[in-house]
Design a protein around this ligand. Sequence first.
Ligand code: ACO
Length: 402
Amino acid sequence: GYDISALLKETGDTTLDIGFVNTASCNSAITYIDGDAGILRYRGYPIEQLAEKSNFLEVSYLLVYGELPTASELEDFTSRVRQHTMLHEDLKAFFNGFPRDAHPMPVLSSAVSALGTFYQDSLDPFDKEHVEISTIRLLAKLPTIAAYAYKKSIGQPFLYPDNELSLQENFLRMTFGVPATDYDIDPDMVTALDQLLILHADHEQNCSTSTVRLVGSAHANLFNSVSAGIHALSGPLHGGANSAVLEMLDGILKDGGDVDTFVKKVKNKEDGVKLMGFGHRVYKNYDPRAAIIKKTTDTILNKDGVRDPLLDIALQLEQRALEDDYFIERKLYPNVDFYTGLIYKAMGFPTKMFTVLFALGRLPGWIAQWREMIEDPDTKIGRPRQIYTGETEREYRAISGR
Ligand code: ACO
């Protein structure tokens, strides 16, 4: 469906494909997307079924190992993850090195590469046991790191993980709980968080996953590869879009809630304004994840009978866009991020934490893709070519003569 002639220029045996719009970088058996039909499947299972019936750890197992676990396999996997949720005490000191108002994404990414320095005897990408323990450590510790990044930003003490709780319950407690005080875990929030993590768990060769594979193709260890992926995810055109959506909705509300004027601005491309949370490189139809999230948004945001006015702005924007030729012609539909920010806000997360939650969800996908890449005998170091557009050969001139 792309205008390939505008994007591709054949030059000798090198093909220019800016943004890799038409270039597959690998074979993969993990995630299937049909962007025109709005289909997403992990290892063959439709996302709708997984979001409704599965849970995040089971989906993580499915992505990483290729099959749904039996009851005993899931129990073993869950208990291995639970045993590794604590951070080394020395790593906790690391959080003090950042300014109090540091964005949690670089804190998360730095802490993940720092994590590798604590396990120097188990980093060999070609040792199956090393890869396995690194997988478990990352899945178990990323929620703890994320919660500590948040605690640091608000000046509260860190809470140790409570391994009687599930991964999501533990994360919510470590994030919002305070020492010596009971924290009531809201089961609706746990269910919504679980679903959101499932929906973000993999999305084939997106920007951050391609980054993880590219860094890993140089045989960098799993921690450093995932750390690079977190940086890629932080960009506003990728994982950063969920916070950008909320800032956009907030801005519209502050300007009096005039949705039509905002849509006009977007269509006129005034100051490069985009309808954040709309459009996708692959989906040229309603993002199936957005359809699932929209239902959850409704449940969570109407929970206590208190309706967030930002939800009405979002619904109006969607309605206008779906009826407007600008968006119809360009096949721009809501993507996964259009509604997630509203749910995260209702859960009590500040905007800065939204992309961190995306990273928690995407982690099993990054791990699965990195493992698939390392195990593939056809993998080569990623090394794109370029079309050189600079000067031809020139003579060096001494500075006095320039
Ligand atoms: N609002 C307004 N116009 C848009 C939008 C948007 N959100 N997205 C694309 N367009 C327009 C472009 O201006 C362009 O118009 P033109 O043909 O008149 O020049 C046309 O649609 C095609 O857009 P591209 O930028 O070429 O599409 P691309 O596939 O490169 O970009 C992207 C996809 C980055 C997601 C883009 O749609 C975007 O910036 N969306 C907003 C940010 C966002 O929500 N990102 C999250 C993506 S999902 C994820 O990472 C989980």
